[in-house]
Design a protein around this ligand. Structure first.
Ligand SMILES: [Zn+2]
Length: 473
């Protein structure tokens, strides 16, 4: 790979919007300026006229090849990262289940599998779901493997949940070593009780997924986790997939008291409501936490606008809507059990929604084009803030000399009707199916290589790299 010049485009970062050329030497940006062609007459020139140039998207919350009861999520580390690339995302962070007793063994099992498959750059968060003295002492060893983040759950009693005592002690540990804890915040006890009551009353329809996981169960848990952060000596905490408007208010309150808590939401919580679960295809919309009400959409948008919520991730975790049918992916047939597993019982519907490819396109349409976000805010929440919070900045998340040449050439006039086929995700539906889109990636570069060129896919299995992330100093 030699020298490339991207010419004629408008560079958009989280802080600025300006016209300039980008000089790429190999995998990194070497300069930003003008008239590079005179200096490098042999360089490959990429025309970016009428394009915005964003730093490649960073999606800090995806699930690839995730086992669930009776099935496995339908995107693996190749198909999911291909979908990411077509949507303008060049770095994803997946989660390693805490399957082995040892955290490091759990991490390395997933890493070995992912390394050979990913087509964009990636990292892993380590789930921490087996609290005991041994696993607690092992948390700092993750740093030697470039993983400064663990994830805990306040819900899923008896499976994934860590009790408050374990969360407190894990947070003391992450605080001491400059690490960050991600927390899934819902009240496990309330949810288990409501699910038992719904079943006893014969309520098995998809809407009961939302009714048994109420908004204040999330709000209460978010407040509790903020409190545990303070009680652990102000341990940095990142609340994943915020879904209730009140959660954003709680987070803002904790931040105002100096508690180091960040918030993430996802496009689905900004755009849709739980009315979707009452439609004939309600199972498509079953994921956790659930969709809520219009007031929650508004509260979350406000949270982003005010800077209370820093990132918009996806929680990408696709399942086939009808897994009894076969689809084609890259010319090969594919079928796998999906949402139909729960056709008679909402608790048996695999939880999750495709979205890694939709994220930027959805946020452009519903955020930038609707006047809710500036382009700079769009870049901040889709790329820059996640790179900073998760120890990848300035290598990822911005456009400046020395950064990886991960770039999205965005065509604001590209108009088409979205479909699951456009998403490149290996599943049979998209939350944007049939939606008219204006504005989408035209070219996507990963470390200087054009991996998406219009409809053409130049990316490859194993072409992505594991990004060694640093603790905060
Ligand atoms: Zn998730």
């Amino acid at each position: 790979m030699g020298i490339k010049i991207i010419k004629g485009g408008t560079i958009v970062t989280a802080a600025e919007t300006f016209q300039a050329e980008i000089l790429i030497d190999g995998e990194t940006i070497s300069a930003i300026g003008n008239d590079f062609e005179a200096l490098y007459p042999d360089a490959e020139v990429i025309d970016a006229a009428e394009r915005f140039i964003f730093p490649g998207g960073v999606d800090p919350h995806v699930h690839l090849d995730l086992p669930m009861p009776g099935t496995v999520s339908s995107d693996d580390h190749y198909t999911g990262t291909k979908a990411a690339a077509f949507g303008g995302t060049t770095t994803v962070i997946d989660f390693a289940n805490h399957d082995a007793p040892s955290l490091v063994d759990s991490l390395l099992t997933i890493k070995r599998k992912a390394d050979a498959m990913v087509s964009v750059d990636y990292s892993l968060h380590q789930n921490y779901t087996r609290y005991n003295e041994e696993t607690l002492a092992e948390i700092p060893a993750l740093l030697e493997h470039g993983v400064p983040t663990i994830k805990m759950f306040t819900a899923y009693n008896g499976r994934l949940r860590t009790e408050d005592e374990g969360i407190l002690r894990a947070l003391r540990m992450t605080k001491r070593y400059g690490m960050t804890a991600l927390v899934h915040a819902e009240n496990g006890d309330v949810i288990e009780r409501l699910i038992a009551e719904a079943k006893a009353a014969g309520n098995f329809a998809p809407i009961y997924h939302a009714r048994t996981r109420p908004d204040w169960s999330a709000t209460e848990a978010t407040f509790r986790v903020c409190s545990l952060s303070e009680l652990a000596g102000n341990a940095p905490v990142y609340i994943v997939h915020m879904n209730a408007g009140e959660e954003s208010e709680v987070l803002k309150y904790a931040q105002s008291k100096g508690v180091p808590v960040w918030g993430e939401t996802c496009p689905q919580y900004l755009i849709f409501t739980d009315a979707a679960l009452e439609k004939a295809d309600g199972a498509k919309w079953v994921f956790s936490p659930p969709l809520r009400k219009a007031k929650d959409n508004e509260g979350l948008w406000r949270g982003i606008q005010e800077g209370t919520i820093q990132t918009v991730a996806t929680d990408h975790c696709p399942f086939m809507f009808d897994g009894t049918k076969t689809i084609e992916y890259e010319g090969r047939p594919f079928s796998r059990p999906g949402k139909e597993l729960g056709k008679d019982d909402f608790t048996k519907i695999p939880n999750g929604l495709p979205g890694v490819g939709e994220r930027l396109i959805a946020l452009w349409k519903y955020g930038v084009q609707s006047g809710k976000l500036t382009m700079n805010q769009f870049v901040a929440v889709t790329s820059t803030n996640a790179a900073k919070i998760f120890g990848m900045a300035p290598r990822k998340g911005t456009i400046r000399p020395g950064s990886d040449a991960d770039l999205v050439l965005w065509d604001p006039k590209k108009t088409f009707r979205y479909s699951v086929a456009a998403s490149k995700s290996r599943t049979d539906y998209s939350y944007l199916d049939g939606v008219e889109i204006t504005g989408a990636p035209d070219k996507v570069l990963l470390r200087g290589e054009v991996i998406v060129d219009g409809e053409r896919w130049n990316g490859r299995r194993g072409g992505g790299k594991f990004i060694f992330r640093k603790p905060r100093v």
